[in-house]
Design a protein around this ligand. Structure first.
Ligand code: URA
Length: 211
C-alpha cells in the first residue's frame, strides 16, 4: 500500500501490543490498557514534526535558550465512540491538549454518515489537529469528520488510526490528500459488511464490553 501522505508506525512495541490487542481472548480490561499504551506511542510519532521555539530559562547553573513547543496547544478530536480509546492514551502524553468530539452514525437507507454531535475548542484554525479513530474501514466517517472540521476552520490536520483497510486509506487520501494518515497496521481488506479483515472486531464493543 503506497500513498504519499501515509505512514505505518512500525515500532516493535506498537506491533507487539497490537498483536496482543487483536486476539479474541483479550479481555476488555486488557484491550483498554493496550489501546491506551499504543495510543501514547502513536501520539509520540504523530507529534514528531511539531514546531519548536526557544525560551530563556535558568538552570541551577546558568541561563540558557531552551526549546519549547511553539504556537497554540494542539487539538485532539475523537470520532465517537471508539476514538475515545485512542484519545485517552494520547492525553497521557499530551495532557494540555485541547479536545474535540464528533459523533456520527450511519443512515441505514443512504449508508451515509450523519453528524449527531460536535463540540470543538475555539481557535481550531490556529491549532495542529489530530483526528483519532481506531478503525479506518470504509473511510466514510473519517472523510465526513475531516470535511466537517475543515468547515469549522481547521487547517492543519492529521488522521491517526490503529488499523486501516486499503479501501479506507484510498477513500481518505482521495478526498483529503492534504491530511497525513498514521496507522499501526494496514490489514488485507474490508468484509462485505464493512469490518476490517483480519482486524480486531468492533473496536467500540471491545473497548467498552458492549457485546
Ligand atoms: N469499525 C470497527 O470497530 N471494526 C471494524 O473492523 C471496522 C469498523
Amino acid at each position: 500500500m503506497t500513498a504519499p501522505n501515509f505512514k505505518v508506525a512500525d515500532h516493535p512495541l506498537i506491533q507487539h501490543k497490537l498483536t496482543l490487542l487483536r486476539r479474541k481472548e483479550t479481555s476488555t480490561a486488557e484491550f483498554r490498557q493496550l489501546l491506551g499504551e499504543i495510543a501514547l506511542l502513536l501520539a509520540f510519532e504523530a507529534t514528531r514534526d511539531l514546531a519548536l521555539t526557544k525560551v530563556e530559562i535558568e538552570t541551577p547553573l546558568e541561563t540558557m535558550a531552551a526549546p519549547v513547543l511553539d504556537g497554540k496547544k494542539l487539538c485532539l478530536v475523537s470520532i465517537l465512540r471508539a476514538g475515545n480509546g485512542l484519545l485517552e492514551g494520547m492525553l497521557d502524553l499530551i495532557p494540555s491538549a485541547r479536545v474535540g468530539h464528533i459523533g456520527m452514525y450511519r443512515d441505514h437507507e443512504t449508508l451515509e454518515p450523519v453528524e449527531y454531535y460536535l463540540k470543538l475548542p475555539h481557535s481550531i484554525g490556529e491549532r495542529q489537529v489530530i483526528v483519532v479513530d481506531p478503525m479506518l474501514a470504509t473511510g466514510n466517517s473519517a472523510v465526513a469528520a475531516i470535511t466537517r472540521l475543515k468547515e469549522a476552520g481547521a487547517k492543519r490536520m492529521k488522521f491517526v488510526a490503529l488499523v486501516a483497510a486499503p479501501e479506507g486509506i484510498s477513500a481518505l487520501t482521495e478526498v483529503h490528500p492534504d491530511v497525513p494518515i498514521l496507522t499501526a497496521a494496514v490489514d488485507r481488506q474490508l468484509s462485505e459488511i464493512g469490518y476490517i479483515l483480519p482486524g480486531l472486531g468492533d473496536a467500540g464493543d471491545r473497548l467498552y464490553g458492549t457485546k
